[in-house]
Design a protein. Structure first.
Length: 241
């Protein structure tokens, strides 16, 4: 890398993650193995990201089986949401669900890259909005023209996409989340290109990006090299579509 990466980009140095990523790169890795590896890598990245991105908060008291009282704890912010980018982001959801101490909302963004321009096209968005006069338990879906009058249903969005290639899709997703009204975004990815991750890091100063590794090259088709191939095809056995 010619110059240091921005401070909001964090590349894992975990030995187990690096070994698993090496296995994921192999063309001989089966779809079942691919799904397992993405799940495991996502778990490691999330542990690293949440160690600084979340804090502990006191929630009350409870009793152990021996009758001893103890202080219960939770995470802050509690109103976080998982936002996988369809379709490959779905491969990371269960890892995050297993890690978090309680169930959180999962909202989906559908974005694909147009083949010629490689620019993102939005085809699905189920981010809910709350009217200001309603309680957090009473969501109201709004048209795009009403969104400025309302608040997001989450303080923190955890954006999931295994690959950051050109960075255009992640950039568009972050802009959508920012317009939605979240206070910050943590993005988790298995692999990024240097070009792409730099682009995403500059979208907003409230974004933290955690990736397993960064490769230098993106080819003319928008694929990272050496990379891991089309991870969506590999996860969902859609090779040759």
């Amino acid at each position: 890398m010619s110059t240091p990466l921005p401070a909001n980009i964090h590349i894992s140095t975990h030995p187990c993650l690096q070994a698993k990523l090496s296995q994921l790169r192999s063309a001989s890795t089966s779809p079942r193995e691919t799904r397992t590896l993405v799940h495991e890598i996502a778990s490691i990245i999330a542990v690293e990201a949440f160690s600084t991105g979340l804090t502990v908060t006191k929630t009350g008291t409870d009793f152990t089986p021996l009758g001893a009282e103890y202080e219960t704890k939770g995470i802050n912010p509690a109103d976080l949401a998982l936002v996988p980018i369809l379709r490959s982001g779905l491969g990371m959801v269960e890892a995050l669900n297993a890690l978090l101490p309680s169930s959180v909302p999962i909202y989906h963004l559908g974005l694909f890259r147009e083949k010629i321009t490689l620019q993102p096209v939005e085809y699905y968005n189920n981010l809910p909005f709350h009217r200001e006069e309603l309680s957090p338990a009473s969501p109201a879906l709004l048209s795009p023209t009403d969104r400025s009058k309302n608040t997001a249903a989450a303080t923190l969005a955890v954006l999931l996409d295994p690959i950051i290639a050109t960075g255009a899709t992640a950039e568009a997703a972050i802009q959508l989340l920012r317009d939605w009204g979240v206070e910050r975004v943590i993005m988790l990815s298995v692999l990024a290109s240097e070009e792409g991750v730099r682009r995403v890091a500059g979208v907003w100063d409230k974004v933290e990006i955690w990736v397993g590794a960064v490769d230098e090259k993106v080819n003319e088709k928008g694929m990272i090299e050496p990379g891991v191939g089309d991870i969506g095809d590999r996860l969902f056995v859609a090779i040759g579509k």
